[in-house]
Design a protein around this ligand. Structure first.
Ligand SMILES: Nc1ncnc2c1ncn2[C@@H]1O[C@H](COP(=O)(O)OP(=O)(O)O)[C@@H](O)[C@H]1O
Ligand SMILES: [Mg+2]
Length: 246
């Protein structure tokens, strides 16, 4: 079972869009996928048509181990893709991790019993660099960072890289260009700079209405726009990640 965290210190950069579409692409290769929505905003939960609620009493019993992760898992409209839904109580995730002890090891420990059921776990992380993120990184083989091609986003990527480099057992970090607006020269230039780096994959997710339509459609982009350049980009992203994961 491989674990991929989709994370960024920045919000609104396409983490959830990447998590949901990557999960959907992975199922097409017969991979059994669990998407864990760790963001109290619950965007991935909404897009996958699950209820924004943990039935076992919220994040506290889940983190302490009183409620098993498997008991909170839901099927989705995508065959082969399950979701562990978000809940507003996840806003206190750091506090619950701390209370459970060894907070940085906690998420990995909670995921371990799911090993026989899934080939891939995708963690859709909240923005920031909290204890929850550190715990997610510890559980992760690969950290994927969507980067909108702007100067400040590149600066934030450098900060996240510093944070990962501090750790003795940090995950492999890869970035991908997200929400590229090709009409803007500065974005094209910044994307080219990113593309030249060895830690940035080749797949580029364009800024496109198809991805925005995931909101009203409540489905991965392939389900309603299979010929969109975004679908092709997520397919390529998945292909590139498989070579790093297996
Ligand atoms: N490639 C894209 N093209 C256009 N809009 C996008 C794209 N990716 C994400 N969005 C939109 O941007 C907003 C933030 O995306 P989201 O995936 O929720 O980011 P995050 O999880 O990083 O906060 C959403 O409204 C989403 O529909
Ligand atoms: Mg999100």
């Amino acid at each position: 079972m491989k674990v991929v965290a989709i994370a960024s210190i920045k919000g609104g950069v396409g983490k959830t869009a990447t998590a949901v579409n990557l999960a959907a692409e992975a199922t097409r290769s017969g991979v059994r996928v669990l998407l864990w929505d760790l963001d109290p905003q619950g965007s991935a939960t909404y897009l996958l048509r699950a209820e924004h609620r943990l039935v076992g009493g919220g994040a506290q019993p889940l983190v302490s181990g009183e409620t098993k992760l498997a008991a909170e898992v839901r099927a989705t409209g995508v065959e082969g893709l399950h979701v562990l839904p978000s809940d507003l109580s996840l806003r206190f995730l750091d506090r619950h991790l701390d209370a459970a002890g060894k907070p940085r090891r906690r998420l990995g420990k909670l995921l371990a019993p799911l090993e026989p059921a899934y080939d891939l776990v995708i963690l859709d992380c909240p923005p920031g660099a909290s204890l929850g993120i550190e715990s997610a990184l510890r559980a992760t083989h690969l950290l994927l960072v969507p980067v909108v091609p702007t100067t400040l986003a590149m600066l934030t990527l450098a900060h996240l890289e510093e944070l990962v480099a501090e750790r003795s057992k940090g995950p492999r970090l890869l970035a991908h260009v997200s929400m590229l607006d090709r009409r803007k020269k500065l974005q094209r230039e910044t994307a080219a700079q990113l593309g030249a780096r060895s830690d940035v994959v080749e797949a580029v997710v364009p800024n496109t209405t198809a991805v925005e339509r995931m909101g009203p459609e409540r489905a991965p982009v392939r389900a309603f726009a299979p010929r969109s350049p975004a679908t092709a980009a997520y397919e390529q992203l998945w292909q590139e990640l498989t070579t790093h994961l297996w």
